[in-house]
Design a protein around this ligand. Sequence first.
Ligand code: TYD
Ligand code: MG
Length: 454
Amino acid sequence: MLSSKKTRTAFFCSQCGAEHPRWQGQCRECGEWNSLIEEHIPDRKKSPARSGNVTKQLLSEISQENLSGFTSEIGEFDRVLGGQLLPGMTVLIGGDPGIGKSTLVLQAADGYSRQGLPVLYISGEESLPQIKMRSQRLTVAGERITVINCTAIEEITGVLSENDYAVVMVDSIQTITSAQFDSPPGTVGQVREAANHLVTLAKARGFALILIGHVTKEGMVAGPKVLEHIVDTVVYFEGDSSRLYRVLRAVKNRFGSVAEIGLFEMESDGLGEVVNPSAFFLSGEPHTPRAGAVVAGVCEGHRPLLVEVQALVTPATYGNPQRVAGGIDNKKLALLLAILEKRCGYPMATHDVFVSVAGGLRLTEPGLDLAILAAIASSLTNKPVSADKLVVGEVGLSGEVRAVVNADRLASEAAKLGFKAIVYPESNRSHIGSPDLEMMPVRDLQSALDRIIG
Ligand code: TYD
Ligand code: MG
């Protein structure tokens, strides 16, 4: 007879949660090295009895009256969540330690509570006096915010079933444990168990749930990726902790778009919204042309964003030329340099190239290609680009300049900020027109560079 005490173990990846039967150096799902940790597999009953309380309803008859949502009145936060927080909706906020997750969530709690919504803030990391200190710094009154310092899921379940809260926040999910489970806090098993339990409760009782998850690079603490499939919405709070701005980015959203970003600035009294992002990311004096600096336009979600791209190109003196990219992918830079060398004959193989996006913003939008190439060509030839020219366009492998999305929004943003000209893909021609801008449609990289640097 099999003993019921016998527990099986398996190896779980602390980055993505994948289960492996035996230890190996690299996770076969996500490719991370040294991330497998041995954990117990919870006992599952073979054939659970039917509880009989499954709700069955015709789709046409399901009422929507409970679906009016809550807004925090922090515009940047609400927009990334898809406009509002709905009852039963579950959100995971991931980010590096110290980036400002607890600050953001407490400010959001303040927003909800000011509208009369009861909020529960569960902290497993900070003591109540510490949270009080933070709330004073943020001038959060907290009249409807109940704070508990607790890590046991059984206690939390008790509190949640005795009271009705509209929004429940957990800081952080990695500190919550279940006594039924004998792994240490933060392991894949514990984190999943706690999150599953809370998500089920949120759906059943109709409160909105916000979980905070730290991104961890090493150690045995499970990262937020492990939970991405359990929740409705996953957002990451990122930024360079040495800089003041922060970006909130949705990577999964069952109730809204994942293209939206929210921009914040960390100040001495908490996070402030960045309402005019383009002005924020253009570095310094706008009308002095400099070699190697080009203003690019990209659309993050519905948001036009004008950012300065800077390049520094110097003769390579030792061995392999250096390629260092800040804010864009290194491989992307290598690809763009190959296009520049092959299609326009610039001698990139003998030069070191450094590229960075002003403000340290991380961008993946292909519409940035042309501006990066123009900045590199401008630095190499030491010819400045006039600072009131906006450059927009994706560049293909054969050097063709391809259409971008939302070119019209970029043009109107540029006109609003006092730009005089816009260099953009010919194929976007029918979509944009602005009386205040000189329009410079281009078809291929060489003719674009002629017009930009010319
Ligand atoms: P925190 O919200 O504790 O980060 P996380 O929960 O993601 O670990 O914020 C951490 C940093 O933010 C900390 O280094 C101090 C700074 N900070 C400010 O600059 N201003 C503020 O008003 C607050 C509350 C924090
Ligand atoms: Mg925190």
